[in-house]
Design a protein. Structure first.
Ligand code: NI
Ligand code: MN
Length: 234
């Protein structure tokens, strides 16, 4: 089983069946809800959905310390390499690539996309999400499919993921992303087996009641509410 751990906000780590440790949207040191510091983070791969500081802030620092490969848009990876990151793999929306832990495809997001730390404005980049098809446990077929939506509005493009997602990580905070009502509609479009909500209750503008979200989702999907530091196997 692959293991997903929430570190607060949109940051998750995954232990893939193949053994790789994947870190998504690392924002730890300034994140009031994070359970670990950037210095404690471990990673072989770091995936970044977009360049806003609450998703990207600690990515360069962790990539430099661990030697992890940064996977993000071409522009964000270019910025990271210009700032001392050795291993990067640039992608773009709609493109997929086979890594040793599985397949990664960047998905569309309706959101803005400056790059935190870029004083020059040269690295402005679109925002996206990730669809991961992890390799199965040895000797088995299939393999778990995970969707990290990044920061996004509800978009009809999500219908393209219908039947292709076992575990969906969806923002529910509202204000900067879709809120609970639109997240329920996203679940109707994607039809994942399991949902973990994210990007809520980190700061005042995105206060939500996760228990109420569970009730609103009803029998459309299983909703797993994690506390920072908690793990879910999938
Ligand atoms: Ni953002
Ligand atoms: Mn955000």
């Amino acid at each position: 089983m692959a293991r997903l751990t929430w570190h607060g906000h949109s940051c998750f780590s995954i232990e893939a069946n193949e053994g790789s440790r994947i870190l998504i949207d690392p924002w730890l040191d300034e994140n009031p809800t994070a359970d670990i510091s950037a210095d404690e983070a471990v990673a072989d791969f770091i995936l970044v959905t977009h360049g806003h500081s609450d998703h990207f802030a600690d990515a360069v620092k962790i990539a430099k310390r661990t030697g992890a490969t940064l996977i993000s848009t071409f522009e964000i990876v270019s910025f990271a390499k210009a700032n001392g990151v050795e291993n990067g793999h640039g992608m773009n929306i709609g493109g997929g690539y086979h890594f040793r832990f599985g397949f990664v495809k960047m998905t569309p997001a309706a959101h803005s996309g400056t790059v935190a730390g870029d004083e020059t404005g040269r690295y402005t980049s679109v925002a996206g999400g990730f669809w991961l098809h992890l390799k199965p446990v040895k000797g088995e077929t299939g393999g778990p499919r995970l969707y990290h939506a990044g920061d996004t509005a509800l978009i009809t493009d999500m219908q393209l993921l219908k039947g292709k997602v076992d575990l969906a990580l969806l923002p529910i905070g509202d204000n900067f992303t879709m809120g609970p009502d639109d997240a329920v509609r996203a679940i109707e479009m994607i039809a994942p087996a399991t949902v973990v909500p994210m990007h809520y209750n980190t700061f005042d503008a995105i206060r939500q009641d996760p228990e109420d979200f569970v009730r609103r989702v009803g029998d459309r999907a299983e909703v797993v509410l994690l506390e920072p530091g908690q793990t879910h196997e999938f």
